[in-house]
Design a protein. Sequence first.
Length: 289
Amino acid sequence: MALVSAKEMLLKARDGGYGVAQININNLEWTKATLQVAQELQSPIILGVSEGAAKYMGGYRLVMAMVRELHDAMGMTVPVAVHLDHGTYEGAYKALEAGFTSIMFDGSHYSIEENVAKTKEIVEACHARGVSVEAEVGSIGGEEDGVIGAGELADPKECALIASLGVDLFAAGIGNIHGKYPANWKGLNFEVLAAVQEATNRVPLVLHGGTGIPSEMIQKAISLGVTKINVNTELQLVFAAAIRKYIEAGKDLEAKGFDPRKLLAPGVEAIKAIVREKLTMFGSVGKAN
Ligand SMILES: [Zn+2]
């Protein structure tokens, strides 16, 4: 199966009452590990790429070339989308040009008028190429690529306005936060989630900041219309912890333990374990067809 837009897989997930994971990738190891688990569990998957990660990997075109080649070499048969995460106006066009199959335009820092105008334009450009679009209203708490927002709850009226522009997926603050959750976190706000869902005519909802939200809360959010859950920080944490353990045990000093393919292997296994756990928790296992 070729790389696909996120639209069909998310409509199917919404109607089937399960969620699809967006796993943010940082390098070859991340990408390969995520694709392997998705294929093994016969689950649809969305590879998230932030602008910072794309820049790190050598640009949008390189990311697409890497994903396409891996996808073919691994004989992937499950639906895979490559999604720009928190794209700027310029970044959205560059990623579209490079062949991304799904684009998030994050205009949440513009005035609502400017967010509407730019989102509308990007929806037209993306839909002309069969690419899905995610929009965001209000900021989502925490920090992402240096952009900090306080914990916020979306305004359902603004959500209705942006959703009416034909976006395929929709991100709104419902008490979720990027990065680690503070000890005094109040949890997801299910009233706001329900209000947003109603105001947006059931456009598939996206939950950003999937790290550290208790599984019961995630599952309740899925039952109320959340269909895409973004996972990023947790993978970075387990990757680092597993490699730290390897080095602290002195394994890099034994035989050829310094070989990057050996050194990074525990991190890769740790990522795979979390991706398996998430796909199972979100209910997308076996939903590839
Ligand atoms: Zn996000």
